[in-house]
Design a protein around this ligand. Structure first.
Ligand code: AMP
Length: 397
């Protein structure tokens, strides 16, 4: 059975086609610059290709994706009818969606209601869903949410210290994000340990970054909140900040609140601190060359991760495993080292050399045999979770 996974952004549409019997990727790619000119599709299937084509809407984009997937030279299937179902990544599920759901007129309307919660991302998700449903109207479509995994958070972790009536009326609470990745890594970690009942901290460290505390397979806390702006210092996001800074910024810079929030999302984090880049490859190179602000940015990033690990060890009454994942978690030993050093109070011991020689794209145990806490690098695979969820919800339909 073949499943197409779609991840739609405001001007891009990423896709991955899976053969579910073997869980293998048959083809993948991205339609980029949709609706903003100079659009193109980059595809890897039987062969790689880049197709330059005007893509005014997501509907045009998905049509070109189907064309290339069925192309005799570059494609991997004879006809679009071979695709049994489509899985869509959805950034926010609000309080309504606590697990994946089939797309129906009713669930689509619910998604519309949730747009308010994530106005930056949700309109693009909806555009992707609508375009795919229109072009592929004969197959089931499934919604897989980045917030579902965090829906098990208890009230003590998910509520803010605001008036409870405002939480009830406006649904202002912590929802978290990156849940699909946290779920994948948690399931892989459980396979490694051979049981579900243990305390795990997942460190999803990418351009967006978040930690989750996973007790007995269930998320009990995570660092992102009402939006992905809360928590860790990220590539361009400030993470936790006193909200009064927003008011002060509007006053000092003559901005409105939206401008201040956009600044905290796009111009801060390690990019703002270093003045160099949001990319850790640039940051580590600059730090090695003696750039003190790049060094400070890496230190601050790691310090915030370390602080939350301490918090989550306290929240779970101990930690059995720490798992690093995503671009930085998998590929930047300088960050892992700064996080793991000075954790003797938790009994963490790890192989410092292996941390630097860690093979790419593999599950690697960094902790030494005598360490009280297991430390692993577990490469994430969000698309596979979406494909598995899509299979689960559409089997027999
Ligand atoms: P992500 O958002 O998960 O794609 O992670 C992106 C971040 O991972 C980038 O900002 C890079 O700083 C970092 N990174 C470091 N090394 C690599 C690498 N070899 N491949 C991809 N990302 C890397």
């Amino acid at each position: 059975m073949k499943i197409l996974v779609i991840n739609a952004g405001s001007s891009s549409l990423k896709y991955r086609l899976f053969e579910m019997e073997t869980e293998s990727v048959l083809a993948k790619g991205v339609a980029d610059r949709i609706g903003i000119g100079n659009s193109f599709l980059k595809h890897t299937g039987k062969k790689e290709t880049v197709i330059e084509k005007d893509l005014p809407t997501h509907e045009e984009a998905i049509k070109v994706v189907l064309d290339v997937l069925t192309d005799p030279e570059y494609g991997v299937i004879k006809s679009a009818d071979e695709i049994a179902a489509v899985g869509h990544r959805v950034v926010a599920g609000g309080e309504y969606f606590t697990e994946s759901a089939l797309v129906t007129d009713e669930t689509r309307e619910k998604i519309r209601d949730i747009i308010e919660l994530a106005p930056l991302h949700m309109p693009a998700c909806l555009m992707g869903i609508d375009a795919c449903r229109k072009v592929m109207n004969n197959v089931p479509h499934v919604l897989v949410f980045d917030t579902s995994f965090h829906s098990t958070m208890p009230d003590v972790a998910k509520l803010y210290g605001i008036d409870y009536d405002d939480y009830k009326e406006f649904k202002i609470r912590r929802y978290g994000a990156h849940g699909i990745s946290h779920q994948y890594v948690s399931e892989e970690a459980a396979k490694i340990v051979g049981k579900k009942d243990f305390n795990l901290i997942v460190c999803h460290l990418g351009n967006g970054a978040s930690l989750s505390a996973v007790k007995n397979g269930k998320c009990i806390d995570t660092t992102m909140g009402f939006t992905p702006l809360e928590g860790l210092i990220m590539g361009t996001r400030s993470g936790d900040i006193d909200p009064s800074v927003v008011q002060y910024l509007t006053h000092k810079k003559g901005w409105d609140v939206s401008q201040a929030i956009s600044y905290l999302n796009k111009n801060c984090g390690v990019k703002g601190i270093s003045g160099v880049s949001s990319d850790f490859r640039d940051l580590t190179a600059a730090a090695k060359a003696g750039n003190m602000r790049a060094e400070l940015a890496i230190d601050m990033f790691a310090y915030r991760v370390k602080k939350y690990i301490g918090a989550y060890a306290a929240a779970m009454d101990g930690v059995d495993m720490i798992a690093f994942t995503a671009g930085i978690g998998e590929n930047t030993p300088e960050v892992r080292e700064r996080v793991l050093d000075g954790m003797s109070y938790l009994g963490i011991k790890y192989d410092e050399k292996l941390n630097y020689d860690c093979p790419r794209g593999e599950v690697v145990r960094l902790s030494s045999p005598e360490s009280k806490v297991l430390v692993y690098v577990i490469p994430t695979n969000e698309e596979l979770v979406i494909a598995r969820e899509t299979l689960r919800l559409t089997k027999g339909k």
